[in-house]
Design a binder for this molecule. Structure first.
Ligand SMILES: [Zn+2]
Length: 241
């Protein structure tokens, strides 16, 4: 249907109609990229804005991580399946024992990065990317009242999302509190992707995380462009992991 580039440190919304597939692909050795894997954050909303990908409803059914054939579900009142992970080419064997790469969590924000790095002024994060990306969705862009338009954009950008290509493991700490531990993501080969099958007409809203390479610190970071494709058929490249 189309192919597109999600430039480093930006966000955008990608239309995927029911029955179509969106492919999110890494090309670490593409021009200007750093040879490593790019972390991204993903949200979904139906084209009429009625349903959005819901963190807690999805964890109730699928757990805190996603693996092949996991679903993403919408919020209460609807609680319908929005998407199914139909392709996952991630090289799991290169992660430390017990780690995986897709998890539900918060996304980075100026406050989060500021706290983590002791910085006063942070100018870019997934939160800004989501604000930009949601504001481009026609049903939001067409809201005439500026105040309402901003509130709607903010509401969607505040949702917790799916972190992809981010090494992580949920584990108990010394006080038996469950915490997510992250690790730098191993470099993947060019062409490594995941694909979601859309169960409904929707926008897949993706932040190319400005904090998306945990081999280095936020102030030194150099992020990668990633490649988006929409098609009517899923790839069949997945091997049994
Ligand atoms: Zn981020």
């Amino acid at each position: 249907m189309y192919s597109d580039v999600l430039k480093r440190e930006t966000g955008n919304s990608f239309l995927v109609k029911a029955g179509q597939v969106i492919r999110i692909e890494q090309r670490p050795s593409a021009d200007g990229n750093n040879g490593r894997t790019q972390i991204m954050d993903v949200l979904m909303v139906t084209t009429d804005l009625e349903q959005y990908s819901d963190h807690l409803n999805s964890t109730a059914i699928e757990g805190f991580n996603q693996r092949l054939y996991s679903g993403i579900w919408s919020q209460s009142r609807h609680f319908r399946k929005m998407a199914t992970l139909v392709e996952d080419e991630f090289p799991y064997e290169q992660l430390p024992e017990g780690f995986t790469h897709i998890w539900l969590a918060a996304h980075c924000s100026p406050e989060y990065i500021g706290l983590a790095h002791g910085l006063d002024k942070v100018t870019n994060s997934c939160h800004e990317n989501f604000l930009h990306a949601f504001s481009r969705i026609p049903a939001i862009a067409n809201i005439e009242d500026e105040k309402i338009r901003k509130e709607v954009t903010q509401f969607f950008a505040d949702r917790n999302d799916w972190n992809i290509f981010q090494g992580n493991q949920f584990m108990l700490d010394e006080q038996n509190i469950t915490r997510a531990r992250m690790c730098p993501t191993p470099p993947v080969e060019d062409g490594t992707a995941i694909e979601w099958y859309a169960e409904q007409d929707m926008y897949v809203v993706i932040s190319n995380c400005p904090y998306g390479d945990q081999h280095t610190c936020y102030t030194e970071i150099h992020n990668n462009d990633v490649f988006i494709e929409s098609s009517t058929q899923a790839s069949s490249r997945t091997h049994q992991h």
